[in-house]
Structures are given as C-alpha cells and as structure tokens.
Design a protein around this ligand. Structure first.
Ligand code: SER
Length: 326
C-alpha cells in the first residue's frame, strides 16, 4: 500500500522555504509537513524539527520519526555570500546534498526536490534566451555547486532510480520573506525601501538585466514539477524556468509609476561581476513542453502586488510595534 505523503522541508526558514512550507501545509495538512532548519523560527505554526543537514544521522532520525515520503532540500549558501567563503560554501552545499540523496536512496524516499539556479550559467552560455542544454561554466562557488548538484541528481536517478526533480530558479521576489546572500536580493530590498519612502542604494549597475520570478509563480512551479507524472520528466539535471527579466533601471521606472519621487543611487560592488556573467533571459520551453510551465507575473503585476502586500505588512508591523509599546 502507498504510504500517505509526508514531506520534509530542509531549509524551511529561508526566503523560499518559509513560503513553500505554508503552501505544502495547505496541500497536505499541517501534520504532514515537517519543517526543519538550523533553529526554530519564531511564530512558526506547524511541526518543526531542528536539522543541521550536514548531519546525515539527524536527517535519518527525522525520517524515521515521521515516516517521511518526500524531501524538499532548499538549504544552501547563495552566490554572493558564497564568494566570501568559497571552501565552506562548497562543503556545505555539497555535503547537505549528498546527505539528502543518500538518505533518500536508502529509505526509498518517493520524490526529492533540489533547486538549482541561473547561477549554473557562465560566459559559455548565450545571454539571451539561454537554452536548457546550454554549456555550463559557472563562475561562482554557488554556481559550481549547483551545476555539480544537478549532475549528481541525474546520477542518482539513472543509477538508483531516485526520483529527484529540479528547477533552475531565477532571482526570487517575494513580500513574505527577505533573501540573504544572493546577487538578486536587491530586487526585494528595493520594494521595502520604496514603501518606506527611503532612498535605495543599488549594488548592481542600472542596465544589468537578470531573470527574475515572483514568489507565487515559483511556488506554483515547484509544486507543479513535483506533481507531474514521472514519465513527463525528461530532464533529470534541472529545468530552466522563466518568470520575467528586468534591469534595476526598468524596475525603478516601474516603481516610480507608484512612487514618482523614489530616489535611487547606483553603487556597484563585487556582486556586479557575478551578475554580469548570468543570463539576461531564459528559454524555458522544455518545462512548458514537459509539465506545462507558464509564468503569470510580469514586471508590472509583480510590482503592484509587491507594493500592495508590503504596504499591508508595514501597516501591520507598525500596529504591532505600537501595541508592544503600550
Ligand atoms: N538568487 C540566487 C542568488 O542570487 C540565484 O539563484 O544567488
């Protein structure tokens, strides 16, 4: 008899993990989703286990305790932070992935999700409409770890039949959580500054176009690929995924439709070198063909949604802080 789906999310406190965990709870029920991270998150509602994913025994304990059937492995050190500690980043990103692949193999886990990234692309790939099978020569440790990880995911599928599924995430833009350590983080921070009427200092040049995606789209894509019939998944490294593409300047112009006085200065740093080697736009036609992927949010809808949600959030935050002060 097929076991009831019970999901373990590793890296549940992160930008994506925190939002994905909620969607999975809605789908499978709160008691069927086990959130995990290095420490518990304040205010989290649901089942939570502390897991350091570099510790395989600890992952095994949690699998045993809840009879886990699916794992979403979201923990990783991202591109910008990774460049400040290359060897530690390689160790952590690869060790955690191997632990997840190995426990999944030995416990007959039904499905594993492993996110890859646009960071797998380097100067050998075309910048525009980068195809799924483009040459991979990543220039960051994070990108190298993801490119290697994609190949290991495929290896576990081919050699052991482990059903690992993967998407190359663009920069993720969401209102619920704050990213940290990434090169695309500016595109979240900028909205907070706009809504708070503060000046924004951008660490990328104004013309640097990057592939981005709104959080609702990326969560939907993640759940859709995991739900797709096994025989429809033809790519066992990782699928390209497109949302929308824009430069800081284009985003500022969009935000200024709502905040005409929004002030921005450009002060590019080492993250500019990372961004310059990533694609401007992504060809995700293989994901469309295999499991019907279509994004819903363009830059305009993303901007109006971000601003509306952040306005609500800050109103709530202001109310809460007032209540605390009384
Ligand atoms: N958002 C990630 C980063 O900037 C890319 O996957 O590192």
């Amino acid at each position: 008899m097929r076991k009831k789906t019970t999901v373990l999310v590793i890296g549940a406190n992160g930008q994506l993990g925190s939002v994905l965990t909620k969607s999975l709870q809605e789908k499978y029920g709160c008691d069927r989703v086990i959130a995990s991270d290095l420490q518990p998150k304040e205010g989290f509602e649901g089942v939570f286990e502390v897991i350091d994913a570099t510790d395989m025994d600890r992952i095994q304990e949690v699998i045993n305790k809840y009879d886990i059937t699916q794992i979403y492995h979201l923990a990783a050190i991202l591109s910008a932070k990774g460049e400040t500690m290359p060897l530690i980043t390689w160790d952590i990103n690869m060790k955690t992935l191997f632990n997840v692949l190995e426990v999944s193999r030995t416990n007959n886990i039904e499905k594993v999700f492993f996110p890859s990234s646009i960071a797998v692309f380097g100067e050998g790939a075309p910048l525009e409409h980068t195809p799924n099978n483009a040459y991979l020569d990543p220039a960051t440790v994070y990108g190298i770890s993801k490119a290697a990880g994609e190949n290991w995911a495929q290896y576990y599928f081919l050699k052991y039949g482990l059903d690992v599924r993967s998407i190359r995430y663009p920069g993720v833009i969401g209102y619920q959580s704050i990213p940290s350590g990434g090169t695309t983080d500016y595109a979240v921070d900028i909205f907070h500054k706009a809504v708070l009427n503060e000046e924004f200092e951008c660490f990328l040049e104004k013309e640097t176009t990057l592939p981005m995606i709104f959080i609702d789209d990326v969560i939907r894509a993640t759940i859709e690929i995991m739900e797709a019939p096994l025989e429809d998944i033809s790519v066992r490294t990782s699928y390209n995924l497109a949302g929308t593409s824009f430069s800081p300047l284009e985003l500022v112009q969009e935000i200024r439709k709502l905040y005409p006085d929004f002030k921005v200065k450009y002060n590019p740093d080492y993250r500019q070198d990372i961004a310059s080697k990533w694609p401007d736009s992504i060809d995700d036609s293989v994901a469309l063909k295999d499991w019907g992927w279509k994004p819903k949010f363009d830059i305009e809808l993303m901007t109006t949604t971000m601003i509306q949600k952040l306005k609500e959030k800050y109103k709530i935050d202001i109310k809460n802080s007032k209540a605390l002060m009384l």
